[in-house]
Design a protein around this ligand. Structure first.
Ligand code: SF4
Ligand code: FES
Length: 210
């Protein structure tokens, strides 16, 4: 099938403002959006976007697909092309556009620092973890730091969604000496945290449960 990728383009060296450019590519419905983007890129090697693993592991292909942030390599053409065969791609909202679909990830990684994203190991840690505690960590440890949640969810305050996931994951870890103090560090009102935990699984490409 032929699909039209309607891609938001911007090169700060030559463009005053972003604009949309259309690329017609031939793909099959079971192929991924990233496959289609790579075909467009072969037509126009000046088109910029990030990708690496092509298997929803590295998090680098996050873009806004028909208005919804997601991973291009995890999105099937048949699920987004609709009857019109047209797919609109934009850079992640709430991120600064650097060039075309590439965004500035610096503030995203900065925001992670606020939650001390590593274990501060308890001195009395025995080296064992009971299976129940370990099960609670299974979902949040699958975060691939793609930034989709930061782009999709409006969480007030300085600590943004991906950092919240990291902070909650650390707070749940029985080996961590900061534990509940991490929740105070994040300065997120409990009612906002509850809404965040409720909405995250539907937003996150990995279906992470807080
Ligand atoms: S929580 Fe999900 S959406 Fe957010 S950064 Fe991690 S994997 Fe991406
Ligand atoms: S290319 Fe790695 S997550 Fe899509």
């Amino acid at each position: 099938m032929d699909v039209v990728l309607n891609i938001n383009r911007f090169n700060p060296e030559v463009d005053r403002e972003p604009y949309f450019q259309k690329y017609m590519v031939a793909v099959k419905g079971h192929q991924t959006l990233l496959d289609a983007m790579l075909r467009a890129w072969r037509q126009d090697p000046g088109l910029s976007f990030r990708r690496s693993c092509r298997s929803a592991i590295c998090g680098s292909c996050a873009v806004c697909i028909n208005g919804v942030p997601g991973l291009a390599c995890q999105t099937l053409i048949r699920n987004v092309a609709g009857d019109s065969g047209r797919i609109t791609l934009e850079p992640l909202p709430r991120f600064r556009q650097v060039k075309d679909l590439v965004v500035d990830l610096e503030p995203f990684f900065e925001s992670l620092k606020a939650v001390v994203p590593w274990l501060v190991t308890r001195e009395d840690y025995s080296g064992n973890m009971d299976p129940e505690a370990s099960r609670k960590l299974e979902s949040p440890v699958t975060c691939i730091l793609c930034g989709v949640c930061d782009a999709a969810m409006d969480v007030p305050g300085k600590v943004k969604p991906a950092a919240l996931v990291k902070g909650l994951r650390m707070a749940l870890d029985p080996r961590d000496s900061l534990g509940a103090a991490r929740l105070r560090l994040m300065e997120v009102p409990p009612e906002v945290l509850k809404l965040f935990i409720r909405d995250l699984p539907d937003t996150c490409p990995k279906g992470i449960k807080g």
